[in-house]
Design a protein around this ligand. Structure first.
Ligand code: FMN
Length: 183
């Protein structure tokens, strides 16, 4: 499976982007993860969309369309998902003028998240599920990876905590092999 990872944080030392890098290492063999950077993605504007998607939007939509599935990592901001990720989802939920279908429609999505607090983005993940369902994406699996107190588990962009690495690896395994078989 070819996965596309998208982080809802633009921060250089983002815990959520670090989770995506860890996921790339922990995916079962035969599966790959490329990360798409949201720096430079313009704010959604329906007037702009009517003139044709800007280059950064075309790149995002092409990357999503080409992926078998998405791995999304969102910070929790004020109990919801980041505006950066919501903006990307809004663009990708629409066909625009040049496509037959919206890239998110029917796309399988796996969610993870990290925060320094004790709830590990649980509220943001719930909010993200709702938004993705409205956009026609298929969110799986049901379990959650909530990396709480992320500052104690992630250092220098590396997920160091062994227990969290195991949880993430299991979550990814369940996602890429939904039958639950591990061998
Ligand atoms: C505007 C703002 C709102 C935040 N709200 C929450 C929140 O509701 N829950 C939470 O756990 N952390 C909250 N945080 C802390 C973030 O979880 C923390 O900044 C985190 O490191 C962001 O993710 P990143 O490391 O991927 O950039 C907030 C941070 C900011 C800047």
């Amino acid at each position: 499976m070819k996965l596309l990872g998208i982080s809802g944080s633009l921060r250089r030392a983002s815990f959520n982007t670090a989770l995506l890098h860890a996921a790339a290492e922990l995916l079962p063999s035969g599966h790959t993860l490329a990360i798409h950077d949201l720096h430079g993605l313009p704010l959604f504007d329906q007037d702009v969309e009517e003139q044709g998607d800007p280059a950064e939007v075309v790149a995002l939509k092409d990357a999503i369309a080409a992926a078998d599935a998405l791995l999304l990592a969102s910070p929790e901001y004020n109990g919801g998902i980041s505006g950066v990720l919501k903006n990307a989802i809004d663009w990708a939920s629409r066909k625009g003028t040049a496509r037959e279908t919206a890239p998110l429609a029917g796309k399988r999505v796996c969610i993870v998240g990290a925060s320094p607090g004790i709830t590990g983005t649980v509220r943001a993940q719930d909010a993200l599920r709702l938004v993705l369902r409205r956009a026609g994406a298929v969110v799986e699996p049901q379990g959650e990876v909530l990396v709480f107190q992320a500052h104690t588990k992630i250092a220098d962009g590396k997920l160091a905590d062994e227990r969290t690495r195991e949880l993430l690896a299991r979550h990814l395994q369940t996602f890429v092999a939904p039958t639950g078989r591990t061998s």
